[in-house]
Design a protein around this ligand. Structure first.
Ligand SMILES: Cc1cc2nc3c(=O)[nH]c(=O)nc-3n(C[C@H](O)[C@H](O)[C@H](O)COP(=O)(O)OP(=O)(O)OC[C@H]3O[C@@H](n4cnc5c(N)ncnc54)[C@H](O)[C@@H]3O)c2cc1C
Length: 229
């Protein structure tokens, strides 16, 4: 089979999340190609209606252009800049930033990165390959979702990872046991009047969600690590 090799690039950036988009902004002027779906992890693996944990001043994408901060976007759009930052606003800001900084994004998947005579050869999912002098890998955290072996025997419709959900509405009216009290459950499955979140990893608890919206408007995790709905 004859391999199709695209143009030789100065830099290939693998990943179009916050880090990939920021790297592209800093490398403007070079011949850069960005691969990935823009902010796909934020769009597809975080619960709709979530608020960012990072404060506004720490939620801007990095750029050498000082007028591309989150606050510049909010000022231009006359958007509400008080209170916690909604996920939807961050996504809109990311698109705004991308249009102003990044080269066109190539949504094909990179399957393999190999050393090549003059740099690297990147093999794409459609059989094409791209050569680049340098490669920036900004693939994010999605592949690191950890599913403990203790749960391996449970059917996926009953046992899932927080990364599997962008719409928590499917839990409305059900009983949910949340295991873990890191950022994912506290951002996405926050405690409500009738629920709490365990602090100890395997000290699970029962959360009874009457409705999804009630689940999202919720209180702090339970301090002792377990409670009853
Ligand atoms: C519930 C939750 C809440 C969070 N809240 C915050 C917060 O409030 N503030 C904050 O700063 N951080 C927060 N984070 C962390 C944040 O999500 C990550 O730090 C950030 O997304 C990492 O950015 P990234 O650019 O490295 O990768 P990602 O955003 O994960 O993007 C990965 C990119 O790589 C692309 N890609 C993947 N595989 C391939 C491939 N084979 N070929 C081509 N492209 C590929 C994807 O399409 C995507 O564009 C949160 C995380 C979680 C889970």
């Amino acid at each position: 089979m004859i391999e199709r090799v695209g143009k030789f690039r100065d830099v290939a950036i693998v990943g179009a999340g916050p880090y990939g988009l920021s790297a592209a902004a800093h490398l403007a002027g070079l011949d850069v190609q960005v691969f990935g779906h823009p902010l796909s992890f934020w769009r597809e693996h975080m619960p709709r209606g979530m608020f960012l944990r990072s404060p506004r001043v720490a939620s801007s994408l990095s750029s050498p252009n000082p007028s591309l901060r989150l606050q510049d976007y909010e000022r231009e759009r006359r958007a509400d800049s008080d209170g916690p930052l909604p996920l939807e606003t961050f996504l809109a800001y990311g698109e705004w930033f991308q249009v102003r900084t990044a080269p066109p994004i190539d949504t094909r998947e990179i399957r393999l990165v190999e050393r090549d005579r003059a740099g690297f050869l990147l093999r794409l999912d459609d059989g094409e390959a791209v050569r680049a002098r340098r490669v920036v890998v900004a693939l994010g955290i999605e592949p690191f979702a950890w599913r403990p072996p203790e749960f391996a025997g449970l059917p996926p419709e009953l046992c899932s990872h927080s990364v599997d959900h962008s719409d928590l509405g499917r839990f409305a009216g059900t009983e949910v046991c949340v295991v873990g009290a890191g950022q994912s459950p506290t951002s996405g499955l926050p405690a409500s009047a009738g629920s709490c979140i365990s602090r100890a990893y395997f000290a699970a608890f029962h959360a009874r969600y009457k409705t999804a919206s009630r689940c999202v408007r919720s209180g702090p995790p339970h301090p002792r690590g377990s409670c009853r709905a």
